[in-house]
Design a protein around this ligand. Structure first.
Ligand SMILES: [Ca+2]
Length: 207
């Protein structure tokens, strides 16, 4: 039994290590200022985008800042972009929180992940258009799942965009992560149970 416990502890340590390293975006909570164009590997660049704080229409989801999109003129748009390096044949999940001022209700929220090879050529793009906004002035978690990097992908462009309707208002984004897939807790438990079952069978056979 001690050996089984040891195996489980090693498996747990390995899984915890994998989960820690999975997010590949930086400045996930917009606590640092936006970066200039050409620096998008090290942070978020934006257009029609302003680092916001608690004095804006919607307070940040976390920390002291979020980012506000689509602020002028009425009917305008805004967006943010970051360009992390990726591993080919790896599945990623994009997750972020969005909130909007009530007058933005007629506006839109779109996102895409565009894959590039080592020579910077575009390989393909995974788009998420007209993402449901959820309730006004409250934070809604958006999870865009299962985008898989093509085999020859070296980096990608992650964009989150907003466009106002005719009533104006602003869209806010906070706590954005782009993470490689890791086993879900249910899968991990099943794997653990299967391993224990196999060990029990082997012990019974040896008797
Ligand atoms: Ca924040």
């Amino acid at each position: 039994m001690r050996k089984v416990l040891g195996v489980c502890m090693v498996m747990g340590a390995l899984l915890a290590g994998a989960a820690k390293a999975d997010n590949i975006l930086v400045n996930t909570g917009f606590e640092d200022a936006l970066v200039g164009w050409g620096s998008e590997t090290g942070g978020w660049a934006g257009w029609g985008a302003t680092q916001s704080d608690s004095g804006f229409g919607v307070a940040p989801h976390s920390g002291l800042h979020a980012v506000m999109l689509a602020v002028w003129p009425t009917g305008g748009g805004g967006g943010i972009v970051q360009k992390p390096n990726v591993l080919g044949n790896t599945t990623y999940t994009l997750s972020f929180w969005s909130a909007y001022e009530a007058t933005y209700a007629g506006g839109s929220l779109n996102s895409f992940v565009e894959w590039h090879d080592a020579s910077d050529a575009i390989i393909s793009r995974d788009s998420f258009n007209n993402i449901a906004l959820g309730g006004a002035t409250v934070w809604n978690q958006q999870t865009l799942i299962d985008v898989t990097a093509p085999a020859n992908a070296a980096w990608c462009e992650v964009q989150i965009n907003g466009a106002e309707g005719s009533s104006g208002g602003a869209l806010y984004i906070d706590d954005a992560t782009f993470s490689a897939a890791v086993p879900e807790p249910a899968t991990v438990s099943l794997l653990g149970l299967a391993g224990l079952g196999l060990l029990a069978l082997r012990r019974r056979k040896n008797k």
